[in-house]
Write a protein of this length. Structure first.
Length: 185
């Protein structure tokens, strides 16, 4: 089976589980994407940052079903133009860890969550994320993007290739058994 057929079959399976963004990180970026990024200055964090307007990119980490979590944050990262999502997360001091098999294509942990020793409760029992291969289809970090005026949508690319623009929001949301199904408004 060719890599393209494997990706197509995997994308069909993963899309239903909300993991399409993780596979998309393996794809080639669109030819129209810029090769340079705008300078990024220091991120500003605030307890009310989620409701305040952001002139740059609003970065949200929501541990969803694992609440409460110290990983949760909402930060505005000033940018002037399209900027790699990975760079925006770095400026927001959001640490992502991939898996052994997919070190840059997947997000397994965000700011240390879920911890390796955490029992994640799901409909089938409990699960511990080892970050060795593909995360479980029932417990994973999903990457979401929201335009300045619009609705949340799954990112169509992974952190390695996704570009975000001023006024957009970027959210990493942890989902267990399909809940939460989407970021809060």
């Amino acid at each position: 089976m060719t890599l393209t057929k494997i990706r197509t079959a995997a994308a069909s399976s993963l899309a239903a589980a909300g993991l399409l963004f993780t596979l998309a990180a393996c794809s080639t970026p669109a030819a129209t994407q810029p090769t340079t990024s705008a300078p990024v200055s220091s991120a500003t964090s605030s307890s009310s940052a989620a409701s305040e307007p952001c002139a740059g990119v609003k970065v949200i980490v929501d541990s969803g079903a694992l609440k409460p979590s110290a990983a949760d944050t909402s930060v505005c990262v000033p940018v002037d133009a399209k900027t790699p999502a990975s760079k925006v997360l770095d400026e927001a001091k959001v640490e992502t860890v991939g898996t052994t098999q997919y070190p840059t294509e997947l997000v397994c942990r965000v700011n240390g969550v879920p911890a390796a020793d955490l029992d994640i409760k799901h409909k089938g029992g409990t699960y511990k994320e080892e970050c060795s291969g593909m995360p479980a289809a029932f417990a994973y970090w999903a990457l979401w993007v929201k335009p300045a005026s619009g609705d949340w949508a799954y990112a169509q690319e992974g952190l390695a290739t996704l570009q975000v623009s001023p006024g957009e929001s970027l959210e990493l949301l942890y989902t267990v058994d399909g809940a939460p199904a989407a970021p809060a408004a």
